[in-house]
Ligand binder design. Sequence first.
Ligand SMILES: [Zn+2]
Ligand SMILES: [Zn+2]
Length: 453
Amino acid sequence: MKTVLLIDDDKVLRHVLSTWLRAAGWSVHEAQDGEQGLELAFAIKPQVILVDLLMPRVNGFQVCRSIRSRKDILPKVRIVVTTGSGYTTDRLNALEAGADDYLVKPINPEDLSRLLDGHLPPRNGVTDAALVGDLGRSPSSAHTASQTLIRFWGVRGSIPTPGPSTVFYGGNTSCVEVRTMGEIIVLDAGTGIRPLGLALEKEFGEKPIRCTVLISHTHWDHIQGFPFFVPAYNHRNIVRILGFEGARQGLESTLSAQMESPYFPISMQQMPGHIEINELKNFHFEIGPVPVQAELVNHPGICTGYRISSAAGGICYLPDIELFQRLRSQSNKDKEHLAFAQAQDEKLLHFIKDAAVLIIDSQYDAEEYAHHVGWGHSCVEDAVDLALSANVQHLFLFHHDPIHTDEEISRLVAKARAIVLERGSKMVVEAAREGTELILHPTEAEVSETEVV
Ligand SMILES: [Zn+2]
Ligand SMILES: [Zn+2]
């Protein structure tokens, strides 16, 4: 006689199924949790196991894995997951754990009968389209194709900080949109990329969206919005992601990892948009006709700053950086250390020289920095000094500390402006603010000093 083992903590369902299976000629055994189910499975060696997913002690995924790991005892058993979960990701995980089939409760005896007779229902995957909400904000700018547009969607560092005390500058993490020479370039994929995605969908309607996301580094505040980037869920769209390999693993692995099932219900591979992840090797590359330079900066792990040579001049983005001179002067004042620090900062100065716009980490003021040495971020005083020395035209203080209220950020802006005034410069300084748009007019294109690869 054919033997089936039912593993389910739902007594009523076990009763219904066993009655039906007995009537269909099966010898039925029952277990009320995964642990008991495993013991029975290895003892009675059934032909078929029906197992629920969500059970006390040992869950259904673990049951599947444990049984498949003991092919010596149960080489051919057929495992059918019977579950209340209709999520695609649970289905895929169950199959990956070793299940042969997946039935969503309530279970129709006819479906089960067909399945046990070998006529299997399709294992179709469904995308959880309802996952992404709708809180759109439409772009207001009237920028034209010949102009360059910069729009801030996320300006906060480290972690999103919604609430009444941050409502003016905004609480979303890093995301800046740059449009130039027909390209849409998205700098980082912090939580600000979510409202950007909704705005793009609204703007493009039925037309396909093609954009490039440049990742500075994979710290959470720079990538955590990507799973909510609506254009990545539409097969019409092409989303290219560029960045450098991280300290421990490649860009693609890190980006995919944050969407693995313990963290998120849809994997990156399941996103229906055309998503292309290209790991950069060269520090000079092009996005369409737009030349871009990269520079590795001082920040834990691998972190990159970018210089986009837009039609309106250089746009430099250095969201996370701890400038060397102040850092080293705190710990070691000997000549060699200070000379090294100076040389590193000068390299950076060269990188941002004569930029039209500089967006740079200004998380603290000098006093606060003294309590955060080695945390990977800079202070307003150094950001202003660097920008002035590099002859930058427009400076945006960026990566605001999560603890800073609107009032405190405004205090930092006042401090920055006082330094500019004192130095007799006309450089414009402001704190990056969600929703701020800057339209730049064409200028003589930047001359790239090195070969574009
Ligand atoms: Zn950051
Ligand atoms: Zn970081």
